[in-house]
Design a protein around this ligand. Structure first.
Ligand code: ADP
Ligand code: ZN
Length: 726
């Protein structure tokens, strides 16, 4: 019987990590209990650990379904570098190689086998029969949203996976994805026919990514200035058109940057070569269309720039999410121009499909709104995905901006009265031109007769734009959802117009740099020169083994080495990312470089600064009723303490009773609550007897023996109490 304690040991010794992250531990526990699960975690959250750790604890084989051949190889290389027996089967291998791998599986010499979904239907049922022949303990389905036609990346081959639960009824299935709204989530459960799965949702916040939006005016100079600050970093620049990627890449090369273009129009061989060079840290900057990125797992992408505005928030979040998978500080920059949005509007018009056009137009407007925000961008993004967030994040350009606030009651009155005079029938640009008394023919003759025409001529167009956006953000004006949004006066606006309220508006702003202290904890003070030495050693080893550098060690690990300066293999063991195999394979080589460096610089170790890192048990933070920001478990506990039943809490929090019971069971395990607060004494005794009798803490096994008089939740409470005592 595997326990979380054993899982911790695997995490430390095989992967070199001290603590589980996000919902990893709960997801692993669920799989060890042989139950189905859906695991939602943002990119870089650590989904792989959720199936790799159970795979090593189960006796038989774990089959991982993964859609991308390029990623399979990477994952398998990474596992092997940690001394784990893993392999993949796909069309890139010869028949002979495939047979060898299947033989390994038959001999129980493989722990993980990666396959593409189409393999399940190949050659009639030959592959299924092969799986039946060996003992499959667990199926992990990566990129599970591909099964849903509601998602953005539907792959019909995934529909075949519905057969798994029929063919292997007792084998637990975990479906993992980084993108799944409620609809997709439900679709995953239905299509895979998962049996009362547990759903684990981690926060989608990416705290190590800073978000910036800048006006596109003179953007090339701005971009060059930005890239100059990132000389040694890898990054991706997204453009909308293929031609755009080529011309920008060539301009950047002329300015001395190491940039290559990538788009679907390039020949396959060239595309693969470019991608490979990027992964191997041989070219720093890729200027790409959105065709680039799907197949890459490169963890040390330090920045993602959007030279053109993307068509929707989903795409934007996915693309920016490719930065900072390793958890280190990273940046996302968008260059915005209203003109780009207008250009895109014609792209989202779908002939003969008014419905679809409307949806896409709305998504584009939401994207444009993001670019124009005067409130926290991170909050907007998280709220877009139905996740609550505090009002300020401290790490987007808005939160980092110092606005010069001015008393702008008179200015506001001018703007608001212009909107009224124009009969709430015009958009921001027209209204500004009108206020400034533009002589342009665009302004209607009859409007030129109105008193407010030209009333704001003393204020520049740019300044007006800032004021207008702030008036909208602060709720004095609203915009319609039309293709060309019109300005409307709100109730608050009326008060200002009638002189009943005063207004302060943002005039100009300066974006401050994030101070290192505000950055992620992982970004500690470290020896930059040593880091570069270690990086080049890593590159040499990676090349000799024919794998990408990050398969050997991550940037985060190199940073720890150059921060703590270990002097022995015992020290090295404490560095995150050094599992047992990596210590014995590479520990000595890296240690040599560190020790030599310390001698040369005459500095000593700083291992004493290294404390076993307690990764935050960061479950999705939720806004509580009083407006404070709490962990979702804590909120459930509070409601329980107020005397609400599980059903009542579930109703109030719009969550399933099972989820609520799961929260409370966690507190039973920690000893804050007791099982008999939820389960009758008789049932507790009955369940305890079953556990003793069958020697198992597996919820599923107990349920099978216990029958219908007890529920999974009952068992969970009792088991949690027993675990807590241990
Ligand atoms: P995802 O598939 O969710 O995008 P990965 O599984 O590729 O994320 O993990 C991202 C990075 O985080 C990897 O470098 C991985 O080794 C690292 N990682 C995962 N879990 C942990 C953990 N518990 N502690 C430290 N690092 C971790
Ligand atoms: Zn913010």
């Amino acid at each position: 019987m595997s326990t979380i304690w054993q899982a911790q040991q695997i995490l430390k010794h095989k992967f070199g990590y001290d603590n589980f992250r996000l919902e990893q531990q709960n997801a692993i526990q669920c799989t060890l209990d042989k139950r189905d699960s859906v695991v939602l975690m943002p990119t870089g959250g650590g989904k792989s650990i959720c199936f790799q750790v159970p795979a090593l604890l189960f006796e038989g084989l774990t089959v991982v379904i993964s859609p991308l051949i390029s990623l399979m190889k990477d994952q398998v290389d990474s596992l092997r570098s940690n001394g784990i027996n893993a392999a993949y089967l796909n069309s890139s291998l010869s028949a002979n190689e495939q047979n060898q791998i299947m033989q390994l599986a038959r001999n129980n010499q493989l722990k993980l086998l990666y396959v593409a979904p189409e393999r399940l239907l190949q050659q009639g049922d030959a592959f299924i029969n092969f799986l039946k022949e060996i003992k499959v303990s667990f199926f992990a389905i990566d990129e599970a949203h591909c099964i849903s036609s509601w998602g953005h990346d539907f792959r019909p081959e995934y529909l075949q996976l519905a057969r798994l639960k029929h063919l292997f009824p007792g084998v637990p299935v975990a479906a993992l994805t980084a993108t799944a709204d409620k609809l997709v989530r439900k679709d995953i459960i239905d299509k895979l026919e998962l049996r009362s799965p547990e759903v684990f949702i981690s926060s989608f916040n990416r705290p190590n990514i800073n978000y910036y939006v800048e006006a596109k005016k003179n953007y090339f100079e701005k971009l060059v200035a930005f890239l100059s600050k990132h000389k040694n970093d890898s990054g991706i620049i997204y453009c909308l058109s293929r031609a755009g990627t080529e011309s920008l890449a060539s301009d950047l090369r002329k300015d001395g940057f190491d940039a290559l273009a990538y788009h679907a129009g390039l020949e396959k061989g060239e595309r693969e070569k470019t991608q490979e060079r990027f992964i191997r840290d041989e070219v720093k900057i890729i200027v790409a269309t959105i065709a680039f990125g799907m197949g890459i797992d490169k963890p040390n992408v330090r920045f993602v720039v959007h030279a053109d505005i993307p068509k929707n928030i989903e795409g934007y979040y996915q693309e920016t999410g490719r930065a900072g998978r390793d958890g280190l500080h990273s940046e996302a920059v968008l260059y915005y121009s209203a003109g780009d949005v207008i250009k895109l509007k014609s792209f989202v018009l779908i002939t003969d499909n008014a419905e679809q056009t409307k949806i896409l137009t709305r998504k584009l407007d939401q994207m444009a709104k993001y670019a124009q925000l005067t409130t926290c961008r991170r909050k907007y993004l998280l709220n877009y995905f139905d996740e609550p967030a505090p009002d300020t994040c401290g790490s987007c350009d808005v939160c980092l901006s110092k606005y010069e606030l001015v008393d702008a009651t008179v200015i506001a009155q001018k703007a608001l009265s212009a909107v009224v005079r124009l009969k709430e029938n015009f958009g921001i640009n027209y209204t500004i031109d009108f206020l400034r008394g533009s002589k342009s023919e665009k302004i209607r003759e009859e409007h030129k007769q109105i008193k407010t025409y030209g009333a704001g001529a003393d204020i520049s167009k740019e300044e007006w734009a800032v004021y207008m956006r702030d008036l909208i953000a602060k709720g004095f004006l609203a915009q319609t959802e039309d293709e060309y949004p019109k300005l409307k006066l709100t109730e608050r606006g009326k008060d200002v117009l009638m002189g009943k309220a005063e207004v302060q508006l943002a005039k100009s702003r300066v974006v401050e740099e994030t101070k290192p202290a505000q950055r992620t904890k992982a970004e500690m003070v470290y020896e930059k020169e040593l880091f570069e030495l270690l990086r080049s050693l890593r590159k040499t080893i990676a090349d000799s083994e024919g794998v990408p550098p990050y398969v050997i060690l991550s940037d985060a690990t190199l940073i720890e080495l150059s921060a703590y300066l270990p002097q022995s293999l015992t020290d090295i063991r404490k560095i995150s990312g050094f599992g047992d195999v990596k210590v014995s394979r590479y520990g000595g080589d890296f240690l040599d470089v560190v020790i030599k460096y310390c001698k040369r610089k005459d500095i000593g170790t700083r291992m004493e600064l290294k404390q076993p890192k307690r990764e935050k048990k960061s479950t999705r933070p939720v806004m509580a009723e009083d407006g404070s920001y709490k962990n979702t478990y804590q909120i459930t506990l509070d409601l329980h303490r107020q005397g609400l039943t599980i059903a009542e809490i579930a109703k109030q929090r719009k969550m399933s009773a099972t989820t609520i019971a799961g929260h409370l069971a966690m507190f039973v395990e920690t000893g804050d609550l007791r099982a008999d607060e939820f389960v009758t004494k008789e049932k507790i005794n009955y369940i305890r007897n079953l556990i003793d009798e069958h020697g198992s803490l597996s919820l599923k096994a107990i349920k099978e023996h216990g029958g219908d008089s007890i529920t999974y939740d009952d068992i969970k409470f009792v088991v949690s109490e027993i675990r807590g005592v241990k």
